[in-house]
Design a binder for this molecule. Structure first.
Ligand code: 5RP
Length: 223
């Protein structure tokens, strides 16, 4: 099976976690796009969605799914999102699609995080994928120096020859060369640096379940 087919498989499998009459939290990325497409088949039996990005909002609305603002909803039963890396404890690196801050907010609002991913995302330890960090632009250089002091190399993400601007009007640093041995401690530490909006380690908002697309079908990991 191709990676695209594995993404379709887990996107469809995630429908099992969506309750009729509910509002579902929706992440961002190519795997989530498969989920959104599958969710269209349930659009008349759910109230709608809370979205983690402009891109997902546009896709949901184009399929006729109502999108609620996060502030209109107290708690969500389930949040469905992809990951750039997920380890065997359900800790993740996210933000390859630059939506990490809103993703963490919607995840924090949800009782259950269902991660959907193809098997290439499962890792023994986080840190191979360049770690996305959303930063306030004026702090980017100092934060890059702080990562250098930890042995990392931070690069400002570009789009069309200029720094990428997130949905929140901020920038993204992608950091390589880090060892993330203790995801909870790492997330706590980096989140305290002035100018960091969100670090892409999802340890406090880790996955409850991962639907992993494999050649043998969907494997369910429960954390
Ligand atoms: C976006 C994300 C995505 O969940 C992550 O990048 C995985 O994306 P894809 O499903 O396209 O591989 O965190 O900010």
């Amino acid at each position: 099976m191709t990676q695209d087919e594995l993404k379709t498989l887990v996107g469809q499998a995630a429908l099992h976690y969506v309750e009729a009459g509910s509002i579902v939290g929706v992440g961002t990325g190519s795997t989530v796009n498969k989920f959104i497409d599958a969710l269209a088949s349930m659009k008349d039996s759910i109230k709608g969605a809370v979205s983690s990005s402009v891109a997902s909002t546009e896709r949901l609305q184009a399929l006729g799914i109502k999108v609620f603002d996060a502030t209109e909803v107290d708690e969500l039963g389930v949040y469905i999102d992809g990951a750039d890396e997920i380890d065997h404890a359900g800790y993740m690196v996210k933000g390859g699609g630059a939506a990490l801050t809103r993703e963490k907010i919607v995840a924090a609002q949800s009782r259950k995080f269902v991660c959907i991913a193809d098997e290439s995302k499962l890792v023994d330890a986080l840190g191979s994928f360049p770690l996305p960090v959303e930063v306030i632009p004026m702090a980017a250089k100092r934060i890059a120096r702080q990562f250098a002091a930890m042995g990392g190399t931070a690069v400002l993400r570009q789009k069309d020859g200029a720094p990428l601007v997130t949905d929140n009007g901020q920038h993204i640093l992608d950091v390589t060369g880090l060892k993330i041995a203790d995801p909870l401690a790492f997330e706590s530490q980096v989140n305290q640096w002035p100018g960091v909006v969100t670090v892409g380690v999802f340890a406090f908002q880790k996955a409850s379940v991962c639907l992993l697309g494999t050649a043998a079908g969907v494997k369910t990991l429960v954390f």
